[in-house]
Design a protein around this ligand. Sequence first.
Ligand code: PEP
Ligand code: MN
Length: 359
Amino acid sequence: MHFAKLNRTFAAMSKDRFYLIAGPCSAESFEQLDVVAEEVKRAKHFYAFRAGVWKPRTAPNCFEGYGEIALQWLSKVKDRHHIKIMVEVASAEHVELCMKYGVDVLWIGARTTGSPFAVQEIATALTSYPDIPVWVKNPVSPDLALWIGAIERLRQAGSKQVGAIHRGFRQYNFKPYRNAPVWELMLELKQEMSDMPIICDPSHIAGNRSYLKEICQTAINMETDGLMIEVHPCPDEALSDSEQQFTPEKFFEIYSSLLFRHDCASSDKIEQYRTVLDGIDKELLSLISHRMKLVAEMGELKKRENISVLQFERWKKMMDSCYKQCEKLGLRKEFVDKILSVIHTESMRLQNEIFESEE
Ligand code: PEP
Ligand code: MN
């Protein structure tokens, strides 16, 4: 059996460099890792080669990673290419196995960050390895305190190099991305922990490679300290996350087209506000689109049951409850009136169209 020499190098983590992490979602074979490492190691800012060995999947019966044998492939790749290798850990056992095979950098996945017992277990296992860099992904839900809590558990257990990864948040019916980026939350974390690098994982935000470039550029505009990007030799055949992975060629094409900013002038700050506002607009449209789909479904039902499109009492009740809410939210009643009336008019137009349509 092959074991990597434990030649880890521990340059302190800093905010003065850009961290590019690239590699496949999952380690699938030595050859797959070898091909991707050969390419991505040449990229500017390259920091570490990622690959999932244990995959926390939402549903059972999905590919859950090759485990220890994949660590053997990775340690061979590390020796051949002289690169740092990076693996996701979700338990103390994972930490010990990673240490055994010379893994240089660890990350904690979104599903694990949200579980304080699991994070504590990992933090405790890491007390013997205080110099190993650990990157903590945000929890699945936009809960800043939970994210910070995980970072603090690691720091309190003695980890000297802890960074954060913004990988987006699960939001009900959010489209078109797989996970909603919440840039304001990233800024809040930056304010709370200004010495810690915070990078972005556009692959898990996008869920689809066609959106990756725009998310990478936005992250850079928001002064991300790095990017974690999934790269696979044949993405369509990948055993996990096939839609969001890049081929090495596409990765280079996109990565070299990104505009990096070195210092942040006041116009860049304005750009950051715009990015946050653009994100909010995207969420608003996504919610409105969801609302319209439900309105259409209800239209079908009303038609079948022979119920009229407009029900004045229901409309009045809804408006009253909105007026009460706008006081609390600091919104002017006239303004809210206008927005709701436009939405309501469109909803009625849609239901009338359904009423008039042939069966
Ligand atoms: C991953 O990086 O492959 C992964 C599982 O990510 P996340 O924890 O962000 O879902
Ligand atoms: Mn993945």
